[in-house]
Ligand binder design. Structure first.
Ligand code: FDA
Length: 393
């Protein structure tokens, strides 16, 4: 048994399957281990079942990390065009939806089937479902104790992903191994996640649940013009998911509910002789429920525009362009698309994804501190990092 395999990849998600396939097709004897009953669940549920598998514009600036240049090398060696070539060879048809985001025309299952076929082409052996109970260095190699046989390999790749959606198999395995081996971690936290507010503070906005509109949302260095969605507990929608990755507890967020307009000028200029009620004027620029709620907050409901003081209209406009609020938390890993933080990439080699202090131990995908924006970037990181390690092991 001892030298049956050269490489063990732990985690058969996007990054693990890519890595195993690339290594296998280079002639490495690869075993791919996953504890889940069903393979590729995150791919299957992604992009509303159509998998937003990459983004045409994916580059280092679309990723958050404490070590922002780390992702550069892998992203440049495996690009969205490389992935398009691969799926093209399987006849998978796709379309661009929004801002470079590419989706399957038919189903995310096609991406899973393709990755499985790529692994088969590389002669990858599957151990699944199979639990890795322990991993330790032994005589210059790596020893895995599993729920099946023990495995002894020269190289091991940890591709166990982030912590989001535990009910489909996410675990902190990669983080635990890192702690055990003294590899530093950037504190993990949910990202691409809806934000929540104190129930009493949020009460006035509960009736707006379901309303959505395009906004500019900002938090720290993050700024996105995307749709926002009001929920019963807070805010969601792409704009909020994007800035949630930049948000830390205690930070406030700023939202422009009428981006690209000057509502102050618009309202003041429309004033002379205008008998329309303020909320009806606002409803030309905002969803009606929001227009009514903001007019109410400013005590202007039912007031003809012409009767409003310029100062009151400017204050209303300013409140709409600069809505500042402080979330009390997020919906957590149950709802988060990804995990921010993870293995500190300063401990890894950027070409091979290998832990500098632990020859033969590699990390790929979301388990490490590289977090993409919403829009296909996280899968592109899975493909690119999986490819880099697959070439190196
Ligand atoms: P991934 O999570 O895919 O795989 C990890 C694997 O490791 C799993 O198969 C798991 O079972 C296994 N595993 C975990 N612990 C283990 C253990 N102890 N032993 C053995 N196996 C173990 N991204 C994007 O770019 N476009 C999109 O459209 C979406 N959509 C989306 C929707 C939803 C609902 C979520 C939750 C996430 C997304 N994402 C996304 C994010 C994307 O799914 C994610 O970043 C990648 O799947 C990460 O790939 P990995 O291979 O690193 O982990």
């Amino acid at each position: 048994m001892a030298d049956e395999f050269d490489v063990a990849v732990i985690g058969a998600g996007a990054a693990g399957m890519m890595c195993a396939a690339v290594a296998g097709q280079r002639g490495r004897r690869v075993v791919l281990i996953d504890h889940a009953e069903v393979i590729g669940e995150k791919i299957r549920i992604s992009g509303g079942g159509r998998c937003n598998f990459t983004n045409l514009g994916a580059g280092p600036t679309n990723f958050l990390s404490d070590n922002p240049h780390f992702c550069r090398s892998a992203l440049s060696r495996y690009t969205p065009q490389d992935f398009l070539k691969l799926i093209g060879s399987y006849g998978i048809r796709w379309h661009e939806k929004h801002k470079g985001q590419l989706f399957c025309n038919e189903s995310a299952q096609q991406i899973i089937d393709m990755l499985i076929a790529e692994c088969d082409q590389g002669g990858v052996v599957w151990h699944q479902p199979c639990k890795v109970e322990a991993l330790r260095p032994e005589a210059g190699r790596w020893r895995l104790e599993t729920s099946g046989d023990a495995i002894d390999v020269a190289a091991v790749v940890i591709a166990t992903g982030g912590l989001s959606i535990p009910k489909i198999g996410a675990t902190d395995f990669g983080h635990r191994i890192a702690r055990q081996l003294g590899i530093p971690l950037i504190a993990p936290r949910p990202a691409l996640v809806p934000l929540t507010f104190d129930a009493s503070e949020w009460a006035p906005f509960v009736p707006l649940a379901g309303a959505s509109l395009e906004v500019d949302a900002r938090c720290n260095d993050g700024e996105f013009r995307e749709d926002l969605l009001f929920t019963h507990r807070g805010l969601s929608g792409p704009a909020i998911l994007q800035i949630s990755s930049y948000w830390q507890p205690g930070d406030s967020i700023r939202i422009d509910l009428a981006p690209g307009r000057r509502l102050d000028e618009t309202l003041v200029q429309a004033k002379p002789g205008n008998k329309q009620h303020v909320q009806n004027v606002l409803a030309q620029y905002l969803p009606r429920r929001l227009a009514e709620a903001w007019a109410e907050r400013h005590g202007l409901t039912g007031k003809p525009l012409a009767d409003c003081a310029d100062k009151a209209l400017r204050s209303l406009a300013n409140a709409l362009h600069n809505w500042q609020l402080t979330p009390n938390g997020s919906e957590g890993y149950r709802k988060a698309e990804v995990t921010r933080g993870g293995i500190d990439t300063r401990a890894l080699d950027q070409r091979t994804m290998m832990a500098r202090a632990h020859p033969g131990l590699h990390f790929v995908g979301e388990v490490m501190d590289v977090t993409g924006w919403l829009g296909g970037y996280n899968f592109q990181w899975a493909w690119a990092s999986g490819f880099a390690a697959g070439q190196a092991v």
